[in-house]
Design a protein around this ligand. Structure first.
Ligand SMILES: NC(=O)c1ccc[n+]([C@@H]2O[C@H](COP(=O)([O-])OP(=O)(O)OC[C@H]3O[C@@H](n4cnc5c(N)ncnc54)[C@H](O)[C@@H]3O)[C@@H](O)[C@H]2O)c1
Length: 334
């Protein structure tokens, strides 16, 4: 039997999702070590949490993580780090495979025989282009289209192949496309990007307007991860895969525009016939609901409103520019 919740290591703990998760866990009184290489100069939380005795920041590259942390010190490891999304993994394909496949694989090999919980953040992008809009469930065939999603499927398979051959307790979460406020803001995500452009009265070009996808607020990922690390019956999560989101937050891009346009008159939209991103999938979340509570999950409208209000106050202007990767934002692609 694994010992109970002790200290949690969050790899990628300073990212868009990670920094919200770290804060959520600290609010709940958990002990968190955050490991990150601050790719995007995303050090806001490092400064804010510096004096919190339950928080420790460990700066480093995933490739050298085992010389910087002792995995055995943790009851839970959550892996959020990597190069995230289609544009950046397309632009830096070899590097992304090195990070998102080789480095993560190495970590899994090193922890698989330790009696700890491991949570891997995968993506609903693994469903890729589906034949119709019937909701995809966890056991459906995966059709990853991008290097990004192919690497996620590669790691999922590696984890699942270790059932009966390891001592760890892994759980795979396929996150919906995120939205909402975070200390490390991302505006290369559909809802955040659309809302910002409209709030700033800029012209917004929409590609693939009728493609569907599920969306989920960043804080709800933190909520689910918290429920997962505090769960009593580990059989429910051991070697399990869950889609993370709620049915009501499946939406097409046109629908998102409709909702944002309620906040502003005379919005400037150009519909492009060019296709940048063919992914089209609606996702089923009933498995998640059977194990976890999703009653407090936030709506797309909630996210639109909070982003609209922040951006209207001129907060978060150039957050998608990284010294290392230049301007990595292309357009509304996770
Ligand atoms: N944001 C979404 O819509 C979304 C949707 C589905 C799944 N996910 C998954 O959730 C996780 C977090 O995504 P995010 O949106 O927070 O991305 P993010 O880019 O904001 O966070 C990634 C973090 O990892 C760090 N990092 C990158 N390479 C590293 C390395 N080699 N060594 C150490 N640290 C490194 C970065 O500095 C960053 O803080 C990812 O695994 C992503 O695939 C995100």
């Amino acid at each position: 039997m694994k010992s109970s919740l002790n200290k949690i290591l969050i790899i990628g703990g300073e990212g868009y999702i990670g920094s919200v998760v770290v804060n959520y866990f600290l609010e709940k009184g958990l002990k968190v070590d955050s490991f990150d290489n601050l790719t995007y100069k995303n050090f806001n939380n490092v400064v804010t949490n510096n004096y919190n005795k339950n928080y420790k920041f460990i700066y480093g590259e995933m490739s050298e993580i085992d010389s910087l942390v002792k995995f055995k010190d943790y009851s839970h490891i959550i892996l959020l780090a990597g190069l995230v999304g289609d544009p950046i993994t397309k632009k830096y394909k070899d590097l992304s495979i090195k990070i998102n496949e080789n480095q993560i694989s190495n970590i899994i090999s090193k922890i698989k025989n330790i009696n700890l919980n491991f949570i891997f953040s995968s993506t609903c992008s693994n469903y890729g282009l589906r034949d119709d809009l019937s909701p995809a469930s966890e056991s459906d065939k995966l059709k990853p289209l991008s290097t990004y999603a192919k690497s996620k499927v590669f790691i999922e398979k590696k984890i699942l192949s270790l059932a009966e051959k390891s001592n760890f307790i892994p759980t795979i979460f396929r996150f919906s496309t995120a939205f909402g406020l975070s200390p490390r803001m991302r505006f290369d995500l559909t809802i955040n990007q659309f809302t910002r452009e409209i709030a700033l009265d800029r012209k917004l070009k929409i590609y693939d307007k009728d493609t569907w996808r599920p969306y989920c607020h960043v804080r709800d990922f933190a909520n689910i991860l918290y429920q997962c690390v505090t769960i009593e019956d580990e059989k429910k999560i051991k070697f399990e895969v869950f889609n993370v989101g709620i049915d009501e937050n499946n939406a097409s891009k046109s629908e998102i525009i409709n909702r944002i346009s309620k906040l502003k008159k005379n919005i400037k939209i150009e519909i492009s016939n060019e296709s940048l991103d063919k992914r089209n999938y609606v996702v089923d979340f009933s498995k998640l609901k059977n194990v976890f509570s999703v009653e407090e999950f936030l709506s797309i409208e909630f996210g639109i409103l909070e982003i609209f209000n922040m951006v209207s106050k001129n907060i978060f202007t150039d957050s998608e520019t990284s010294e290392k990767y230049g301007n990595y934002m292309v357009s509304n692609i996770e």
